[in-house]
Design a protein around this ligand. Structure first.
Ligand SMILES: COc1cc(O)cc(Nc2ccc(C(=O)Nc3ccccc3)c(OCCC[NH3+])c2)c1
Length: 343
């Protein structure tokens, strides 16, 4: 039980601020990393509230440890804390000051095609990356797409992610995600492929970006499911033919006729105004840590460079991993040498 005499791992490294999100079993708080002054998001999960959701936490943490890409929310630090009678988890990740894409769309009513394309290309980049790593998100929706301080997309909430043992070909049985974004095959209870389900959700997402409302919407879930299974939706007359065509390629009821993520990378609509296909490979090279950041870490921890390199490459998602990623963030903002000297 942490007390004043034995500060918790959290208060040792972070100053907690206000709550920025709360879901079923988890709460997300804004916090500041004391050493670098960088803002972070801390997801607090207590086993007591978790109950049957415990595997979901483990799945999310394991997935985030395996996913490092410019449009995927980066996990920094995982702290398991024993309190009174059970475990609690605190996970530290990127703070996205731009908030949810959902609120951005609501504030703007709907986006111009060019702006929707900027966001959608980044969403396709994130999904192509996680699919390539063998993960299906299964809960793609604007609430799970955040905007960082440069209005770049950060994909979050891997609690429903599926990494079928047999790769994507395995059918996923569990029914999950949010109804309005759920694919017909998922709500029909048929076995389905995770990646195909993600492509449908991206169709609903793109529709919401371009139109400002949902293609399938009904307060009655059963009626909503019937609408989705019919796959008929309104095409506003102000939608460009190119946008309408891409939506029809994504919102295909038959998953085998649905456009694939690889086809999306250089799809005609995606390429309009761009010279190159969507870049989806990660710009974060975990196997080659940044030399400037390593130097900063080595001097702070007073370790020889090669010892520091070995510690970083263990990727324990402890305070060293957090320091590494947060110093990378500072370097990207041109603020690297401002780290407090070690006393
Ligand atoms: C283990 O998985 C984690 C760990 C973690 O620490 C955070 C998250 N998910 C996140 C990450 C960041 C935010 C965030 O920055 N939100 C925000 C920022 C400004 C205004 C409003 C929200 C986050 O927000 C939670 C609500 C999003 N629907 C969650 C995952």
């Amino acid at each position: 039980m942490p007390s004043a005499a034995f500060p918790s791992q959290i208060t040792k490294h972070y100053e907690l601020r206000q709550t920025i999100g709360s879901g079923g079993f988890a709460k997300v708080k804004l916090a500041v990393h004391l050493l670098t002054g960088e803002k972070v998001a801390i997801k607090v999960m207590n086993k007591k509230e978790l109950g049957s959701d415990l595997p979901r936490v483990q799945r999310e943490i394991d997935a985030m440890k395996n996913l490092s890409q410019q449009h995927v929310c980066q996990l920094y630090h995982v702290i398991r804390q024993m309190n009174a009678y059970s475990w609690s988890w605190r996970c530290v990740a990127v703070y996205a000051p731009g908030g949810e894409l959902f609120d951005y769309i609501v504030a703007k009513d709907k986006l111009k095609e060019e702006e929707a394309r900027v966001f959608f290309r980044q969403i396709v980049s994130a999904v192509a990356y996680i699919h390539d790593r063998g993960y299906a998100h299964r809960d793609l929706k604007p609430e799970n797409l955040l905007l960082d301080d440069d209005q770049n997309i950060k994909l979050i909430d891997f609690g429903l992610v599926a990494k079928p043992r047999g790769g994507m070909a395995y059918h996923l049985e569990t029914c999950c995600g949010s109804p309005a974004y759920a694919a017909p095959e998922l709500i029909s209870g048929f076995p389905y492929h995770g990646n195909e389900v993600d492509l449908w959700s991206m169709g609903v997402l793109l529709y919401a970006l371009l139109c400002g409302f949902l293609p399938f919407d009904d307060d009655n879930t059963c009626k909503l499911y019937k609408l989705i299974q019919k796959g008929e939706y309104e095409v506003p007359d102000w939608l460009s033919p190119g946008s309408a065509k891409l939506l029809s390629q994504l919102l295909q009821v038959n998953p085998k006729r649905r456009v694939t993520i690889k086809q999306l990378l250089n799809n005609e609509w995606m390429m309009k105004g761009y010279a190159a296909p969507v870049r989806w490979t990660s710009r974060i090279k975990k196997d080659k840590p940044d030399p400037d950041v390593l130097l900063e870490l080595a001097s702070y921890y007073d370790h020889p460079l090669d010892t520091m390199m070995k510690k970083v490459l263990e990727w324990k998602y402890d305070e060293v991993t957090a320091m590494y990623f947060l110093l990378c963030m500072k370097k990207s903002k041109g603020q690297l040498p401002e780290l407090l000297p070690r006393y």
